[in-house]
Design a protein around this ligand. Structure first.
Ligand code: ADP
Length: 349
């Protein structure tokens, strides 16, 4: 069903994206692939459909579960869960690895003490069979442990020919920062990754998506409503899916929009809260900046002026630049414009 709100896993539920799936298949032997694009653009769905069709074994590590400043225990627990889900394929290898115990169907990786297993050692062992390691929302791996992860990926890149890493990331700037391949001091310095950037649907495709989705519920929706939804949600498949569902339930387009805005508002607040914890710039400043942007202040000077008026104080250009850079790295804005029209509406509230 096109309007199913979970990430799609099968081709018949996925609309369009044939080229993207083919691109992943054609590049699957590379050591490192990155799938990037804004939230809800369909990264997880494209990844899962491709993995399910490729007929190679994979483990999926979902970093959404990782908190900021996660520790080794949290990281290893994510890997444990992923390995546990493929135990039938990996049991013969894992049983022989010092530092791993298998308790029933659960794989436990020792993360401290004498039997402590490093991620690089773990990957060297996994290399005995062909395996794809998919890491969803990988930018969340940033933090105190990120060098251990990058060391392990770099080591696998060089030596573990049976392993392919596929990383997805919604906060594209942060994902590039994590990989940091142009920095001599980064473990991944000089490695190449193949990047697939997912784009939004065209207006025609968005309308077609909505029409087909409603048809699956045997609902004939008027053209002007289809056009209005396609227009408002600007080709982002996740929002179109949400809107299709919400319209089925509420049948009132204004309510659908309001509901989307309140979801976006919560997400934005969460992103700002996490960011202001680490960047030491108050959440209020981020919010005011976003409000000014949403009002159309889309040049450096007009935005700074608006922000200073909102705050009632002078803001240094370095602090201001820092806010803009952070908002860009979070893929909330680019070139002083919102990447997601619903976030823009949410920022006005
Ligand atoms: P991302 O990982 O980029 O945040 P997801 O894959 O989680 O995006 O997709 C967000 C929502 O949009 C999900 O409900 C998913 O089912 C839907 N979706 C995304 N792309 C498509 C597509 N091509 N066809 C049908 N549904 C899609």
């Amino acid at each position: 069903m096109l309007f199913d709100e979970r990430p799609k896993e099968k081709r018949e539920d996925l609309f369009d994206r044939d080229n993207e799936i083919l691109t992943i298949k054609n590049n699957i032997k590379r050591p490192l692939i990155v799938i990037s694009g804004v939230r809800r653009i369909g990264k997880t769905s494209v990844l899962l459909v491709a993995l399910n069709e490729i007929k190679e074994n994979f483990i999926l590590i979902d970093c959404r579960k990782l908190k900021e400043n996660y520790g080794r225990k949290d990281l290893y627990s994510l890997f444990s869960q992923a390995l546990s889900s493929k135990l039938s394929y990996l049991r013969d290898i894992l049983e022989r690895v010092r530092g791993i115990s298998i308790l029933g169907n659960y794989v436990e990786i020792k993360w401290k003490g004498r039997e402590y297993l490093s991620l690089s050692d773990l990957l060297d062992n996994l290399n005995k069979k062909r395996l794809i390691i998919a890491i969803d929302e990988a930018q969340r791996l940033r933090g105190p442990m990120s060098n251990e992860v990058k060391d392990a990926i770099a080591h696998a890149y060089d030596y573990d020919k049976n392993l392919t890493f596929i990383l997805t990331g919604s906060e594209v700037g942060l994902l590039h920062d994590l990989l940091d391949i142009d920095n001599e001091n980064s473990p991944l310095y000089g490695r190449y990754y193949f990047e697939l950037s997912l784009e939004r649907f065209s207006r025609d495709l968005s309308e077609e998506f909505l029409r087909r989705g409603f048809e699956e519920f045997s609902l004939k929706v008027e053209d002007n409503i289809i056009k209005e939804i396609a227009d408002y949600f600007d080709g982002i498949p996740g929002w179109l899916t949400f809107a299709g569902n919400a319209y089925l339930n509420m049948r009132k387009i204004e309510e659908v929009k309001e509901r989307a805005i309140s979801i976006a508002k919560r997400e934005l607040e969460h992103l700002i809260e996490e960011k202001s914890n680490v960047s030491q710039i108050t959440g209020r400043r981020y919010k005011n900046t976003l409000r000014c942007l949403a009002r159309g202040k889309n040049t450096w000077s007009s935005l700074l002026q608006c922000l200073q008026e909102e705050e009632g104080s002078t803001i240094s250009s370095s602090v201001f630049d820092n806010i803009i850079t952070n908002l860009e790295k979070l893929s909330i804005i680019k070139d002083y414009e919102f990447l997601d029209p619903i976030y823009k509406e949410a920022a006005k509230r």
